[in-house]
Write a protein of this length. Structure first.
Length: 186
């Protein structure tokens, strides 16, 4: 039972790491990156679809993204969806066939602000990791009280848990530090 729980814990930690990396991709770094548009939903065909399902997205140069709709009738809806996203603060330019997004360089103040937000996001994920650790250690405590596991098994499991948790903490801290470095680089 507990071995499968450790495997489950490992899967949950891997999922947290993937979620953090996906969250970090959405931050603008002052350079064109199509990942900043991943969370955009466009209201077309009476439903909200992800932007990448209604248009092709290309990086033209380091400060320009081009969005080309598959259906030209959706051009205005796509531009509106991008314009209404408060996190992006981008002004799409519609030329009748494509939408161009000029990614302005970040100011020093904005870089510091984004760095703080990224750091807080990392802290939020570390809290989730600590909560998973706490929940699992509670399971071990219950197993110890039920005498369903020996002291040696409890110690072994605790060591495995601590190793998994420490690995995950390092992954999170490295991901956050790498993104902060990317943001602060001009």
């Amino acid at each position: 039972m507990i071995d499968s729980d450790i495997a489950n814990l490992g899967q949950q930690l891997a999922k947290l790491s993937l979620n953090l990396n996906n969250d970090l991709k959405t931050f603008k770094t002052g350079r064109a990156n199509i990942n900043i548009l991943d969370h955009i939903k466009v209201s077309v065909y009476e439903t909200a679809l992800p932007l990448n399902q209604v248009a092709s997205i290309n990086v033209v140069d380091s400060h320009l993204i081009q969005v080309t709709p598959y259906d030209a009738n959706n051009l205005a809806e796509i531009a509106t969806a991008i314009r209404n996203d408060n996190n992006l603060n981008l002004n799409p330019v519609d030329d009748g066939h494509n939408i161009r997004l000029n990614i302005p360089p970040l100011t020093e103040e904005r870089r510091k602000e984004l760095s703080k937000v990224i750091h807080q996001k990392g802290e939020d994920y570390l809290i989730k990791v600590r909560q998973l650790r706490h929940d699992f250690l509670n399971k071990l405590s219950i197993a110890k009280n039920d005498k369903s596991l020996s002291e040696d098994e409890i110690k072994s499991m605790t060591k495995k848990i601590e190793d998994l948790i420490n690995q995950q903490k390092n992954i999170i801290e490295n991901s956050v530090a790498e993104k902060e470095k990317e943001i602060m680089t001009i």
